[in-house]
Design a protein. Structure first.
Length: 323
């Protein structure tokens, strides 16, 4: 099932009301400050090769990578391209994880097996690992991923949630040429609607991805804002520090509510609640939307509130004051 967070339409249809706090995604609620006015040509002119190269260079420096970043309309656009990078065959996806990987591969004719142990990925024509994983925060070590690349045809590593903890990212390491790494811009920078992300790969593979994406794969506003944000090291450092503090604060509230931490990243936390459907309804009565999963009766994922009012409402709901 290709279900996702961010489905506030469903929350409103079921529970009513308009003043919702959406904690069903792992998107930074305190977004990078977008300038009030963009350069006129960002909207009026087609992006130039120089514009796109400047964005790619900003990504290369921000991710501290020797790979070639290919700008795309979000990590999702990269997921849609991945099935076309090699001949259709046997794909294996380490689960539980973001369901679009298996969905996109199956839609393109791949024979997809969802496996729960990393060793079961070996021998696949294409293997997918999400690290840090969504929703349980599982991390794969750089050494394990490099070793795995030698035992599969193409290895795709989704690092959409790696920005808050870059020190363990595979994108910073030297990797084999059969590795493609996906990075999201919108999650960490809180600008998901901008639709910007990157595929990082060796030069030949990067050229192939760019050809499949076609010309003008990203918009002028995305280029202008993305280039500026990726170069803002002060904002990046401050945001990483704030996210760590806020994640710990959320864990404290969840423990108070009697939930056990399953795992997560500084952008989201996943808890064992015992009864996820009931826990979701409890928060929904306070107009707080959360993410639950069809494969677990107990897991609930929560993003971070973005302001004092949001934290106060969540604290009240978890204490029972919102009922």
């Amino acid at each position: 099932m290709r279900d996702h967070g961010g489905d506030l339409d469903r929350a409103r249809a079921r529970f009513g009301g308009d003043d919702w706090i959406d904690l069903s995604t792992g998107i930074n609620p305190v977004a990078y400050p977008v300038p009030d006015v963009l350069p006129a040509r960002a909207l009026a002119a087609l992006p130039t090769a120089e514009d796109i190269a400047g964005l790619a260079d900003a990504a290369r420096r921000a991710y501290a990578t020797s790979l070639v970043p290919v700008p795309l309309a979000g990590a999702q656009a990269a997921i849609q391209i991945v099935p076309r990078l090699s001949a259709v065959g046997r794909a294996r996806v380490l689960v539980p994880t973001y369901n679009e990987h298996a969905g996109a591969l199956a839609a393109s004719g791949w024979q997809v097996a969802e496996v729960r142990e990393p060793d079961a990925l070996e021998g696949a024509d294409l293997a997918v690992v999400v690290s840090p994983n969504n929703p349980d925060g599982r991390r794969a070590s750089v050494s394990d991923l490099v070793a795995l690349a030698g035992r599969v045809g193409l290895l795709v590593v989704d690092e959409s949630f790696a920005d808050p903890e870059p020190e363990s990212a595979l994108s910073r390491a030297e990797v084999p040429e059969n590795v493609v790494i996906l990075r999201s811009f919108g999650k960490f920078y809180g600008l998901a609607g901008l639709r910007l992300g990157f595929a990082l790969a060796a030069p030949d593979m990067a050229a192939r991805i760019a050809a499949l994406a076609g010309p003008w794969a990203v918009s002028g506003p995305a280029i202008a804002i993305g280039t500026r944000a990726l170069g803002d090291t002060a904002w990046r450092d401050e945001t990483r520090a704030r996210l760590r503090v806020d994640a710990a604060r959320l864990d404290g509230l969840a423990e108070w509510a009697g939930w056990r931490l399953v795992g997560g990243t500084p952008l989201f936390r996943t808890y064992e609640t015992g009864d996820a459907a009931s826990a979701q309804e409890r928060l929904a009565r306070a107009r707080i939307w959360s993410r639950i999963f069809p494969y677990s009766e107990g897991w609930m994922r929560l993003g971070l509130p973005g302001d004092a009012a949001g934290w106060a409402r969540l604290e009240t709901a978890l204490s029972g004051g919102g009922e």
